[in-house]
Design a protein around this ligand. Structure first.
Ligand code: 3HC
Ligand code: NAI
Length: 708
């Protein structure tokens, strides 16, 4: 018997326990262990019923995702495959009960559905999240789930991929019984009852009552198709998942399983699934900081404080309250405090009205927020996040005050988006406790935080920052201290090229459409209008003295700002907007301004292809990203990828800018960058790291592997 699967007996009930920590994935050895255990139980006359359960914290969380890479690269011996093993489970002449706690995801739920009955603890989750990896269920999930739960529920679960809590799964017919006490005891008792009642095995594949109404099936499938067309733009797997569920309604079970296999393989071999699997592991990789062990001592954050209750401070305060951490919310006046609080309340109330939060939960969260205009209680705070105006002198004043009013072991974090963390830290005598926590707007929604390491930020402060990011449901990405840090420094290059392209002949809506069609949440110019063009305008004015002479700068944006066109908030920016609408309308006035400005500057206008727009904007990201990597400002290419996907609307199915460059081939990217340098000058000087990787036939993924 495999070490990963144990077979024991509780009287006449065989208990098969999967022990493959941490999540009991179906790694090599686990399916074989299940098969051998079921076969041994069939042979054993003393066994009358069987329970399959997960050891440790969960049932089976799915196939082993690491194995997919081996399958697509041909390195994996396919063995007998999982479907035939599930057939052995389903055909077992003795009743088999799956006992679910933690998560039964993907191949885990597929295993449970091949069993004859399913019981679960109330906290368990079941789901077919494969689409989040760019694939579809590949072990009968799309065939068995509609038979248990009906087509509407199954299509939604397979095409959207969200987990379903056990009580809901019970209502839907996926779970037969909720066990309130000890799961194993309850499952064994359930199996005994089946045996005592002489219940024969109940095969899911034989059930057809929930899939026989073809008119209802078509209606349900059309509704989910419509939903994913709107929400899963550019993704291949959701549509294929629905096709597979449709096959369950039209084909006999075995043929449906074969059709599912074809669709599964199409997805598995696509670039999309490779990119999305990179993203799955990327989210976990960025949590690991080389040189700081997982168990490095951390400061316990029992109470937080936020200074500055404007756009960002309000959102950051909500993040702490959402995680159940009491938080002081400080402003300069009662009026400012009231304004900040009313926005927080409005945000929560909107979530309540959408049914995603109860009034009681909202009240609990509001009760955790303590508004104040003084530093009186700051001695209680374990961490302070500063979010006052973006002015160095003010930040330094606030940090000097904070040192006096907090305990010596309190972390002092700044949400600055552009200022030098070391200079801010110099206003205190404890720079080792100072760090950047750069949240993205809206801070209560966006899932990423750049954790900006100052020269002297201590390992404990870094480790605590990464842990608190996770606690407040964010992905913390550790970056170095430089102007714009990683995200905005790269984004500056991307937006710069978008604007140069306008001067050279592209139209505003053309540039945005190319990047939107590529999969970006919004085009670069529309993003400028959303964020407010005045923000960058003010920063450019403040830093003008630092700009090197003789370097080409975009010429139009500052003129647009001088016209009072700050973007959506003023009803006009790169586009114009009708009152109360966010829909961008191309504006001939802006087009005229661009053409006149280009003529004055002697820029020759020409037809710009969509391909050039894509390459100029994306390779600008990649080239700067490579420089940032070589400088050690980003730890790994995957950190940049995750930052872009979570913070800048970069499409997950492209894997992030650095992964995308790998898929294009770094030699190709490098050659285009060299051409752009010839055409456009030193802004396009290729990063030495890009050159080195391209010339040695390597990838950014290889670079990351060398850092591991
Ligand atoms: N395969 C391989 N490794 C996995 C894995 C899987 N299915 N699921 C999790 N892991 C690894 C993680 O990479 C992580 O490794 P690390 O510690 O080295 O970074 C470790 O297990 C713990 O995972 P998390 O940090 O994510 O732990 P959480 O407790 O936060 O979350 C979870 C647990 C909810 C199970 C989450 O890991 C998860 O959602 N996993 C993926 C589930 C999934 O997508 N299943 C479907 C797989 S595809 C499939 O089954 C195809 C089938 O149809 C044939
Ligand atoms: P904001 O102008 O909306 O809010 C700043 C608030 O700070 C104001 O309400 C002001 O009254 C308050 N304040 C000023 N001095 C204070 C003091 N001594 N004590 C308490 N409160 C004080 O500004 P916003 O947009 O929230 O920006 C705050 C910080 O977040 C800045 O450093 C900015 O660069 C950064 N940031 C902003 C992003 C954005 O999109 N707005 C994104 C990421 C970071």
């Amino acid at each position: 018997m495999s070490d990963l699967v144990q077979l024991t007996k509780d009287g006449e009930i065989a208990v098969i326990t999967i022990n493959n920590p941490p999540v009991n994935a179906l790694s090599p050895g686990v399916p074989e262990g299940i098969k051998e255990s079921v076969e041994a139980s069939i042979q054993d006359d003393a066994v009358k019923g069987i329970v399959i359960i997960g050891g440790g914290r969960t049932f089976i969380a799915g196939a082993d995702i690491k194995e997919f890479g081996k399958m697509t690269s041909g390195k994996k011996d396919r063995g007998v495959g999982f479907n035939p093993i599930l057939k052995i489970v389903e055909n077992c002449p003795k009743p088999i009960v799956a006992a679910i706690h933690g998560t039964a995801f993907g191949g885990g739920l597929e295993t449970a559905m091949a069993c004859h009955y399913r019981v679960a603890v109330p906290s368990a989750l079941v789901g077919q999240p494969e689409v989040k990896l760019g694939i579809i269920p590949g072990a009968g999930g799309t065939q068995r789930l509609p038979r248990l739960a009906g087509v509407a529920v199954a299509a939604e679960m397979c095409a959207v991929g969200n987990p379903v809590p056990a009580p809901q799964a019970h209502e839907a017919g996926i779970v037969d019984k909720i066990i309130d006490g000890d799961l194993l005891e309850g499952a064994v008792a359930f199996a005994r009852e089946l045996v005592a009642a002489g219940k024969p095995p109940r095969k899911t594949c034989d059930q057809t009552d929930k899939i026989s109404d073809q008119a209802a099936n078509q209606k349900a499938l059309a509704a989910v198709r419509d939903k994913v067309a709107k929400r899963a733009r550019g993704l291949m797997a959701p549509g294929k998942a629905i096709d597979a569920v449709e096959a369950a309604t039209k084909l006999p079970f075995e043929e449906g399983v074969a059709r599912e296999q074809e669709l599964f393989k199409e997805c598995l071999h696509s670039d999309q699934s490779k990119a999305m699997i990179h993203v799955f592991f990327g989210e976990r990789a960025v949590a690991k900081v080389p040189g700081i062990a997982k168990d490095h001592p951390k400061i316990e954050i029992k109470r937080a404080a936020v200074v500055g209750g404007g756009t960002m401070g309000g959102g950051i305060t909500m993040n702490y309250a959402n995680a159940g951490i009491p938080v002081l919310f400080k402003e300069i006046s009662d009026e400012a405090l009231e304004k900040g609080l009313s926005i927080i309340k409005k945000n929560y109330a909107a979530t309540v009205s959408k049914g995603r939060l109860t009034q009681e939960q909202m009240d609990q969260r509001m009760a955790l927020i303590e508004p104040t205009t003084s530093y009186d209680k700051f001695k209680e705070a374990d961490i302070v996040v500063e979010a006052v105006f973006e002015e160095m002198a003010l930040k330094k004043k606030v940090f000097a005050e904070l040192e006096k009013v907090t305990r010596p072991d309190a972390i002092l974090a700044s949400n600055t988006s552009t200022l030098n963390i070391d200079e801010i830290a110099s206003a205190t005598s404890k720079p080792d406790y100072v760090i950047g926590h750069h949240f993205f707007s809206p801070a209560n929604v966006m899932r990423v935080v750049e954790i900006v390491r100052g020269k002297q930020s201590s390992d404990t402060v870094i480790a605590t920052s990464m842990a608190i990011a996770k606690k407040i449901n964010k992905v913390g990405i550790l970056v170095g201290n430089c102007r714009g840090f990683v995200g905005n420094r790269m984004f500056h290059c991307y937006q710069r090229e978008a604007q140069f392209l306008l001067e050279e002949g592209a139209r505003v809506e053309q540039v945005d459409k190319v990047l939107y069609d590529y999969g970006m949440a919004m085009g670069p110019l529309a993003v400028g209008d959303l964020a407010g063009l005045d923000v960058g305008w003010r920063i450019r004015k403040e830093y003008k003295h630092l700009e090197p002479e003789g370097i080409r700068q975009p010429l139009v944006v500052d003129q647009i700002c001088e016209m009072g066109r700050f973007g959506q908030k003023t009803g006009a920016g790169w586009y114009k907007y009708e009152a109360g609408s966010r829909a961008p309308i191309p504006d001939p006035e802006v087009q005229k301004l661009i053409e006149e400005t280009a003529a004055k500057a002697g820029i020759e206008r020409r037809e710009i292809s969509d391909q050039e727009i894509l390459e100029r904007t994306l390779y600008a990201l990649v080239n700067e990203g490579a420089t940032i990597l070589a400088e050690g400002i980003a730890l790994r290419a995957v950190d940049i990828d995750m930052l872009y996907i979570l913070g800048y609307g970069f499409p997950a199915q492209r894997g992030g800018p650095m992964w995308y460059a790998d898929t294009v081939g770094l030699k190709n990217v490098y050659e285009r960058v060299c051409e752009f340098e010839k055409q456009h000058g030193s802004l396009w000087a290729p990063s030495p790291l890009l050159k080195e990787l391209a010339e040695s036939g390597k990838t950014f993924a290889d670079y990351d592997a060398s850092k591991a």
